[in-house]
Design a protein around this ligand. Structure first.
Ligand code: NAD
Length: 337
């Protein structure tokens, strides 16, 4: 029986990569029905609300979302709707796998998974200005929140993920040398959880050294776990190892809801040009199919992506080719037979 999911095409290149993704899902025979909803800048413009109640109601009902990127204004304006959705459904684990698809890049055979804590850290949005000497914005302060509960469930998720997917090692990246309480607690909890998984190798590393080592020798890593902002930054770095943001999928997983989205944003610099690479959102949809126990369909789609890209049948501009989003999508549909 077809599963109904909420689909939010989003802003910028969002509608282009969402159209491509839904076309490929259809061609691959995914058993899905779509409840199309708005969020982000487009929802603000059309409905005067960047996160309309109808979108929340749909997500509440179907418990699975496929979401295009949403524009978040920098500095002022509304807060990130992505963060709001993650909070609303307590989607605490942000799973971001990267693997090499395009051959001949800087690195071959990358296969890494970053597990990012999604609800705590500096992104809780507890921040304010501090007034001094008549200047209302003389200083600004943000609070990093790490709880034992939050650290434990994300570390446990990372180890369970490693076990389930036959992975050998978990690296916990932190800054406990400087942020002794918040990052110290995250590290302490991770070390405790690691003792329960003697079959999985465990190491901890300072976040800045982890960033350097990921560039110098990514093959020493397997699964990485870290708090929210570090995970946000390092997952973009890891996308760079496999050719850029066009290849990086993400699943935001909670106890009873999940949201799948590309790691990239709305890419205003190329929006409307029809040249966006849909692989990231399509690979996120594959994670969703795994989640919905339609892994056979996900495997067929991943195979089609590999065939089309590796044979050079079609490549978008960011892959070094000149295919449009539509041409690349047509090649995937053809490869799926
Ligand atoms: P971005 O990820 O949108 O773009 C960074 C660069 O990568 C750009 O040069 C862009 O053209 C390129 N790029 C991104 N996706 C691509 C694709 N699929 N194919 C080809 N090239 C691609 O980052 P940004 O410009 O810093 O952010 C733009 C907006 O997106 C901001 O408002 C930001 O807040 C938002 N954002 C949203 C999400 C999300 O919805 N999850 C994530 C990150 C950023």
């Amino acid at each position: 029986m077809a599963q109904t999911i909420t689909v939010v095409p989003g802003d910028g290149i969002g509608p282009e990569v969402t159209d491509a993704t839904l076309e490929v899902l259809g061609a691959a025979g995914a058993q899905l029905e779509y409840d199309m909803q708005l969020a982000g800048l487009i929802a603000l413009q059309e409905l005067r609300n960047p996160l309309p109640q109808a979108t929340l109601d749909s997500a509440e009902k179907h418990r699975v979302l496929l979401k295009g990127p949403l524009t978040t204004p920098s500095g002022s304006g509304f807060r990130s709707i992505n963060v709001e959705l993650r909070k609303a459904f307590d989607l605490y684990a942000n799973v971001r796998p990267v693997r090499t698809i395009v051959p001949g890049g800087r690195y071959e055979d990358i296969d890494l998974v970053l597990i990012r804590e999604n609800t705590e850290g500096l992104y809780v949005g507890v921040e304010h200005y501090i007034g001094m000497h008549g200047d209302a914005r003389a200083a600004a302060e943000s609070v990093m929140i790490i709880t034992r509960f939050g650290a434990e469930r994300i570390c446990r998720y990372a180890f369970e993920y490693a076990r389930k997917h036959g992975r050998k090692k978990v690296t916990l990246a932190h800054k406990a040398n400087i942020l002794k309480y918040t990052q110290g607690l995250f590290l302490e909890v991770g070390q405790e959880v690691a003792k329960e998984y003697p079959d999985i190798e465990f190491e901890d590393r300072i976040i800045d050294a982890t960033a350097m080592l990921l560039v110098l020798d990514p093959y020493r890593f397997d699964v990485l776990v870290m708090e929210n902002m570090f995970g946000d930054i390092l997952s973009d770095l890891m996308a760079g190892l496999v050719g850029g943001l066009g290849f990086a999928p993400a699943g935001n997983i909670g106890e009873d809801a999940a949201m799948f989205e590309a790691v990239h944003g709305s890419a205003p610099d190329i929006a409307g040009q029809g040249i966006a690479n849909p692989t990231s959102l399509l690979s996120s949809a594959c994670l969703m199919l795994d989640h919905l126990e339609q892994s056979d369909v996900a495997t067929r789609i991943r195979g089609a992506i590999d065939t089309v890209v590796q044979n050079g049948e079609a490549r978008t501009v960011d892959m070094g080719g000149n295919s449009t989003t539509k041409e690349f999508t047509a090649a995937l549909v053809k490869a799926l037979g």
